[in-house]
Design a protein around this ligand. Sequence first.
Ligand SMILES: [Zn+2]
Length: 239
Amino acid sequence: MTERLFLTDPYLAEAEACVVGHTPEGGVVLDRTIFYPAGGGQPGDSGRLDWGRGGLSVATSVKAEGAQIALVPAEPQTLPPIGTELRQILDWERRHRHMRMHTALHLLSVVIPLKVTGGAIGETRSRLDFDMPDAPEDRATLEEHLNLLVDRDLPVSEDWITEAGLDADPGLVKTKSVRPPRGGGRVRLIRIGQGEREVDLQPCGGTHVARTGEIGALRLGKFEKKGRQNRRVYLNLEG
Ligand SMILES: [Zn+2]
């Protein structure tokens, strides 16, 4: 299993690691990584690996067999041999935008408190699909509410509960299409705000900013009808 450094510290942009394997598809497996693997609507991280006599560009990162994470080279090339000690470096600008957008989607699910049926995160534009038969009436108010949550600069923190605890409280799961990350009998929860000021709590395995103020100004995009029950809502980062 690859140690997921991005869960304990999403702000790590560089870290040392050791190559522990290669996948049949030509990916590099490290003992520990800062590269988030594509999943839950968030794209895999890109960046590069540097070692003694070589280096390679990482195009993306994906989940591999046995809870491992595979870093996918941008071009076919000789991989660093198993046992190589190397430095991993994220395309931090891109990842940080994903963190801002990802946290913004949690806020979108606060201002539109309906079941989420899908979603995708991009660098400047993201979307959530809602179980929403009727279009919302006041878009301007929704956008204002979103930006107020950003301006309140609420802390974003993580918590863990047992799988049994989650099963006993199914209301915590807002997203029907993405199964919450589980493992070792525990599920990770992301909380926005604290105590009386808590605005959101949901299972999530993604990367988030530390405070909502870091997201910056948000603009609601178009609402698209997707079938009888669903609406796709776009969200844009202004800066
Ligand atoms: Zn999340």
